[in-house]
Design a protein around this ligand. Structure first.
Ligand SMILES: C[S@@+](CC[C@H](N)C(=O)[O-])C[C@H]1O[C@@H](n2cnc3c(N)ncnc32)[C@H](O)[C@@H]1O
Length: 270
């Protein structure tokens, strides 16, 4: 289990992979310059800063998270990026947003939905409550990947572990999976529910920054999986997925990887 400093370090290290995809999502949503938005479950702040860039000098983004350590990191990053006039970070529970009805032009939440203690439908209802009539609500999250090209069986095995499947839990109702979000948008009374798939990736030769991003990603994607693997699978995992191994897959001259984010969005009913 990662502690909070490791979580911040890994999230920041993986940003070179994720930021282009987050930018594409923000572009697709077309948040207007000058608009005011909410980033629920803002974490260490990277999406909030990108949103702040998108709304321009006349706009404002409020990032909200439960954890003060993440909020402190997010605030420092905003200062360093000279964006603190456009983005502020606030402690609070996304299940009970500390805002009046219709306070924002839009609300979004990245890589949060499905993670305890955030129930998707209650969260969507809260996001819809604080957004103005006709405004947009969006959620997005990591949804698939090929990180071990040429080793589909190992990758499938890693993805079938409890860590690999998280936040989905084996035996849960299929409707509770993040990829079933369209149903939740309808249940929350949001109009025009829609889904968009966004892709990111990396290939050899990797920069040092991109290698660090992939190392962080492997650690976040498959944490503590070894006890659930069969002995040969565990040996292959160690050989190919640990950065200290001479056969670390991302160091190969032909390495190529890709992943998807799924973006779900809808509008608050007039
Ligand atoms: C995987 S992180 C994603 C952070 C950020 N959105 C990003 O994309 O970098 C999930 C975040 O949700 C936050 N979170 C979980 N439950 C929450 C709640 N009930 N209210 C506010 N934030 C919550 C966690 O503290 C964590 O920062």
């Amino acid at each position: 289990m990662l502690d909070i400093d490791q979580l911040i370090e890994m999230t920041v290290a993986s940003d070179p992979l994720r930021v282009p995809v987050l930018r594409s999502a923000i572009r697709a949503l077309g948040f207007a310059p000058g608009s005011r938005g909410l980033d629920a479950g803002c974490g260490a702040g990277s999406p909030g800063l990108l949103l702040a860039e998108a709304v321009g000098p006349g706009g404002h983004v409020t990032g909200l998270d439960l954890l003060p350590e993440l909020l402190a990191h997010a605030g420092n990053s905003a200062d360093q990026a000279s964006l603190s006039a456009r983005v502020s970070f606030l402690a609070g529970d996304a299940n009970r947003l500390p805002f009046e009805d219709h306070s924002f032009d839009w609300a979004w939440s990245a890589d949060c939905i499905g993670y305890a203690p955030l129930g998707t439908l209650p969260l969507l209802r809260e996001l819809a409550r604080v957004v103005r009539l006709g405004g947009r609500v969006a959620i997005l999250a990591w949804s698939s990947e090929t990180l071990l090209p040429g080793h589909p069986q190992l990758e499938a095995g890693l993805n079938a572990t409890s860590a690999g499947m998280a936040p989905f839990v084996a035996g849960s109702r299929p409707e509770s999976h993040f990829l079933r979000s369209l149903g939740w948008f309808r249940a929350a009374g949001l109009e025009q529910p829609a889904a968009l798939t966004l892709a990111g990736g990396a290939h050899a030769p990797l920069t040092d920054e991109m290698r660090r991003a992939l190392v962080a990603l492997f650690q976040m994607r498959w944490p503590g999986v070894e006890p659930e693997l069969a002995p040969e699978e565990r040996a292959e995992y160690r050989r190919l997925c640990l950065p200290s191994s001479p056969d670390f897959i991302a160091d190969g001259p032909d390495y190529y990887a890709f992943f998807t984010y799924s973006l779900f969005h809808g509008r608050v009913r007039h």
